[in-house]
Each structure stands twice: as C-alpha cells, then as structure tokens.
Design a binder for this molecule. Structure first.
Ligand code: ZN
Length: 248
C-alpha cells in the first residue's frame, strides 16, 4: 500500500475522469488525500471523498496565493467539516514566490486564522511554503500544531528546524527540479510523507504530461535509491506515517 498525501483530483484537470483515475489508484492499492486550495476546490475534495467508502480523503483550506481572490470565511470552511472524510486543514501557508508586497501581511493574517481553525477542530495542517521558510518557522515557533511541510524545497538547515518541531516533510516530483538529495538522505524515514501534487510535478519516468496518484511509486523508488534501502521499507514506513498524522 502507498498513500498519496497530496493530490488535486478536485481540480479541473481531472473534471472529466477523476473517477477513473481514482479506480486505477485503488486497484494499485494507492490511497489518496485530495487537497483544497480555495472554498470551491475544498468542497469538491469533500464531495469526491464522500463517494468512496475507503481510501479517499480530503483536506480543506485557502492557499496563500488565493487569499487575494477570496475572503476567508471560517464558518463556511467549518461547515464543510461535518464530513468525517476531512483529515487536515490545507493547503495553507505563505507564498513569496512573486513579490506580493503588502499582500504578505494579508497572507499571514489568513494563515493564522486557519491555524486557529485547525486547532479548534483538532486537525493536522498541510503547509504550503514558497520562499518564506523564515517567516513560516517564526509563526510555527509561536503556534504549536502538527502537520507536514508539503513539497519541501528548503535547505537541510531549515528541514532540521521543522523536524525538531516534529513536523513531517512532504517529498514529491519537485526532487527532479531541486537537489533534495541531502535533505532526503538525512531526514529520518519516519518523518517523510510521499505525495504527487498531481496534476503537477510529473515524475520523468511516467512518460505522460499529467501526473496522477499511481505515479507515486516513482517517488518511492527514488527515495529508496537515495537512502539506499528497499522499496517496501519506504512504502510501509511512509504509509504508516500518513496513517499516524491523518488518523486514517
Ligand atoms: Zn498542492
């Protein structure tokens, strides 16, 4: 079994065939957490999860880059949480990839509101962070929570700080663009979660353009290679990690 802890089958790229994609995944014993990025995609993630008895879950949240197009309304998100398929608040965080100027303050404000929601609902958090690790670390030092730093691309020094605060690191196909060898090698296997971030970040080996959960096996293969351990060990440990964090 493998668990893709960060997928977006709730996005338009999968509008016409998410059901087939999910069936393919479940047939290969790959479980999926679909992650929301605004209210609409969060709602869709919940709707998809509700269609399946087992193996498909949802996370809900307002992504930092969407803070500019949606006013965060905690009660709307709270009402989605009636579903027991919701396993996390996410993806939420900070994104300074472009120079957003004053918009940074707005991102921080909405991020803190969502951290409070996670605390209130006793849910772990899926963090999105681009070019903002110092600010994220500062906020997390003051707000105790559990969760995963999704799509980690920071340095080993930053990784170590998250690990010392007991967070997991999410590893995906960004490893084919950034050199994450040192981070992957030094991070204990029991602190790694695997993810596709599909439809994005397709592993080269997949041979198609659109990523999907069954391609998670390539991430496992490459982590196994870097850590010089076998595939099954990575599969079992990362699945257990996901089950522990998301209580599934
Ligand atoms: Zn994502």
């Amino acid at each position: 079994m493998l668990i893709d802890t960060h997928a977006h089958l709730n996005f338009n790229d999968f509008r016409s065939d998410f059901d087939e994609v999910i069936k393919r995944s479940l047939a290969e014993d790959v479980w999926i957490i679909n992650v929301g990025s605004n209210y609409e995609t969060s709602k869709k993630a919940v709707e998809i999860a509700e269609r399946y008895e087992k193996g498909i879950y949802a996370a809900i949240g307002l992504h930092p880059i969407h803070v500019k197009d949606e006013n965060f309304n905690a009660s709307k998100y709270r009402s989605l949480c009636q579903s027991d398929k919701i396993v996390a608040i996410g993806e939420i965080g900070l994104d300074y990839f472009k120079d957003y100027g004053l918009f940074k303050e707005k991102q921080k404000e909405v991020f803190l509101q969502q951290l409070n929601l996670a605390k209130e609902l006793n849910l772990p958090v899926i963090f999105h962070c681009r070019k903002a690790h110092n600010d994220l670390l500062e906020i997390l030092r003051e707000n105790q929570t559990s969760g995963v730093i999704h799509c980690f691309t920071g340095t080993w020094k930053q990784a170590k700080e998250y690990l010392d605060m007991r967070f997991y690191l999410g590893i995906n196909g960004i490893m084919y663009k950034f050199d994450l060898k040192e981070v992957i090698k030094k991070t204990p296997l029991d602190k790694i979660l695997i993810e596709t971030d599909c439809p994005y970040l397709t592993p080269l080996q997949a041979g198609v353009e659109r990523n999907e959960p069954v391609f998670i096996k390539y991430i496992v293969q490459d982590i196994a290679k870097i850590k010089d351990i076998d595939f099954q060990k990575v599969a079992q440990t990362t699945s257990q990690n996901a089950r522990n964090l998301f209580r599934i």
